[in-house]
Ligand binder design. Sequence first.
Ligand code: PRP
Ligand code: URA
Length: 209
Amino acid sequence: MQNVTVVSHPLIQHKLTIMRDKQTSIAGFRVLLREIAHLLCYEVTRDLELELIPIETPMGPMDAPTIKGKKLVFASILRAGNGLLDGMLDLVPAARVAHIGIYRDHETLQPVEYYFKAPSELENRLIIVVDPMLATANSAIAAIDRLKRRGANNLRFLCLLAAPEGLEKFTRTHPDVPVFTAAIDSHLNEKGYIVPGLGDAGDRMYGTK
Ligand code: PRP
Ligand code: URA
């Protein structure tokens, strides 16, 4: 599929298998999601542009590479996005953060927005939207719509698991937004859950039902 990168690094796949296992504890699930976020962050930021700045090392002056442009934005789709966000911030602590509160109605599977707070100047920043699950893609599409209405024009979407149905809809609706995922699963079930998936990511992270 165009504009979709599957990050198939063995460490990610190994950790993802443990996350999928229904025996894995809440604490274990959270730690693994944070660790995988480090590895996915490495991949989604791989082509960031660098510029040289003059610095002084203890041995003398040099022009050293630094990430160019305004600070990145990580946009977390609540709640489960925060599990990826924490790991991303470990690697890019100066990133700005947008919080987008969206849940999907269990009957209609339509997204319901309840919160939105984003940094200024979205039009001048790279925005990486994070959510572990891309199922129908309704939540991700709504989040990207919202950010674009606020001026965002340089976006990427990062998830852990995607369903083929959701990926197809997402890339059709937002062909300008590259998707990074650790796996593409088989299908969605009749309730809109990813199969085989890992269940409800928010519930498994926070111990809710
Ligand atoms: C989950 C998940 C995504 C959404 C994916 O959130 O974290 O945001 O479902 O499904 P979709 O692609 O069909 O929209 P949920 O709605 O369960 O909210 P929560 O994180 O607050 O539990
Ligand atoms: N949201 C989840 O948390 N899990 C799914 O499988 C689908 C949507």
